[in-house]
Design a protein around this ligand. Structure first.
Ligand SMILES: O=c1ccn([C@@H]2O[C@H](COP(=O)(O)O)[C@@H](O)[C@H]2O)c(=O)[nH]1
Length: 269
């Protein structure tokens, strides 16, 4: 999917909501555990209940890897279900990969070519040759961790290196990578006060912003500081939406929570 197509979806739905499919069998309603593939059954119900009010889904790959081959099969079914039925959804493999070049190429093939995600999250720590293999895929997007939502972000990302915060160096340096127009960045909603400075470095890039809901970030603060003239934001919420209820009404409850966010977004557009 191109960035222009994503922007068109955002204006059409008045939503820049990304729903995180962090599917945990200890949290899904117990009746689903009787299904042949409870992870996919849960994801399908959430997608069917919410696809008209969000523009993106983000399965976090850890939640699938944790269940071995069955987890991977559920992930494959989920992305196939999305691509076949809701191709307008921007899909994110939240995998946080990145390795030496030839290995990064295999990761990129796995998520962008084989599984056909629109994008994949990447850790920038190994530098240019670990990121560029992902950027080589046309109409796909590489979402680089810039300033993450967790407390540990202060261990390295905000530290001064050669007089500059490391996350700023990540943003600036990445702009010189080949095919850098395919870059997006992760900035945590819990770091909204940094967004104005981040926008000075990457005014036009899309930012994936996790951390509203369960982690306490504010949608209003993120929008006030981080929105650009093409919106430029995908706001992710996972637990706050998908685990709104652990009963048989879980999909309706998820829709209700997603609608609360979408209505706030519509007012901010
Ligand atoms: O800085 C980051 C980067 C990624 N995440 C991921 O986003 C979701 C957030 O889930 P919630 O349940 O809405 O808190 C999850 O998959 C994280 O691994 C992040 O939170 N912060």
């Amino acid at each position: 999917m191109t960035t222009e197509q994503l922007v068109a979806q955002i204006y059409k739905k008045k939503s820049f909501l990304c729903i995180g499919l962090d599917t945990d069998l200890e949290k899904v309603p117990s009746h689903l555990l009787e299904e042949e593939d409870p992870i996919f059954a849960f994801n399908k119900a959430i997608i069917d209940a919410t696809h008209d009010i969000c523009v993106s889904y983000k399965p976090n790959i850890a939640f699938y890897e944790a269940y071995g081959i069955k987890g991977w099969q559920a992930l494959e079914k989920t992305i196939r279900y999305l691509n076949e039925n809701f191709p307008e959804q921007f899909t994110i493999a939240d995998a946080k990969r990145g390795d030496i070049g030839n290995t990064s190429t295999r990761y990129a093939k796995a998520f962008l070519e084989d599984l056909q995600f629109d994008s994949v999250t990447i850790a920038p720590y190994m530098g240019k040759d670990s990121v560029e293999p992902f950027l080589a895929f046309k109409d796909k997007h590489t979402i680089l961790l810039a300033l993450t939502s967790n407390v540990g972000a202060f261990d390295f990302q905000t530290k001064l290196v050669d007089g500059k915060e490391l996350y700023k160096t990540v943003l600036e340096t990445s702009k010189s990578y080949e095919n850098s127009e395919n870059l997006m960045y992760v900035v945590g909603a819990t770091k909204a006060e940094y967004l104005k400075e981040i926008r000075q470095i990457v005014p036009d890039s899309f930012l994936l912003v996790p951390g509203v809901g369960a982690q306490g970030g504010s949608l209003k603060d993120v929008c006030e500081n981080g929105m650009n003239d093409k919106v430029g934001l995908l706001i992710n919420s996972s637990r706050g939406i998908i685990y709104a209820s652990a009963e048989s009404d879980f999909a309706d409850a998820a829709r209700h929570k997603a609608l609360e966010l979408q209505r706030q977004m519509a007012e901010l557009l």
